[in-house]
Design a protein around this ligand. Structure first.
Ligand code: AMP
Length: 111
């Protein structure tokens, strides 16, 4: 089972920002910005590349709700999803990084 499935199952603790039946948002353990939240579907998909479009569609409104909850809608934020080896993906479970709280002038995983 992947590490994010273990978080969904409660085997690994997390700092939850927002949750519903299908999605979970929690704080990144190694933040790249003042606000760094990971947003995942509870169901396992290896990456964005193999996720059904309807799941991405549902995630869109959840991401917007997370931004509201964090209070960053006005100041702005960045959404990133890394895909595969060259995309710098380390955890093979679809996740969007939400970066905010300051000007985020660089990319997650930049060398
Ligand atoms: P990626 O490189 O796009 O796969 O990003 C994986 C992210 O997961 C990294 O930013 C890690 O800091 C984060 N991460 C790994 N394990 C945990 C964990 N147990 N709780 C929260 N974030 C984690």
């Amino acid at each position: 089972m992947c590490i994010f499935c273990k978080i969904v199952g409660g085997e690994i603790p997390n700092k939850t920002v927002l949750e519903n039946d299908n999605f979970l948002a929690f704080e990144d353990i190694n933040p790249s910005a003042k606000v760094h939240v990971l947003i995942i579907p509870k169901a396992h998909y290896d990456s964005f590349d193999v996720t059904p479009p309807e799941i991405i569609g549902e995630m869109t409104s959840f991401v917007q709700d997370v931004a509201s909850k964090l209070g960053v809608k006005e100041s702005g934020y960045r959404i990133i999803t890394n895909i595969g080896k060259h995309g710098g993906q380390e955890v093979p479970h679809l996740h969007f990084h939400l970066l905010a709280g300051e000007y985020v002038g660089r990319l997650v995983g930049q060398k």
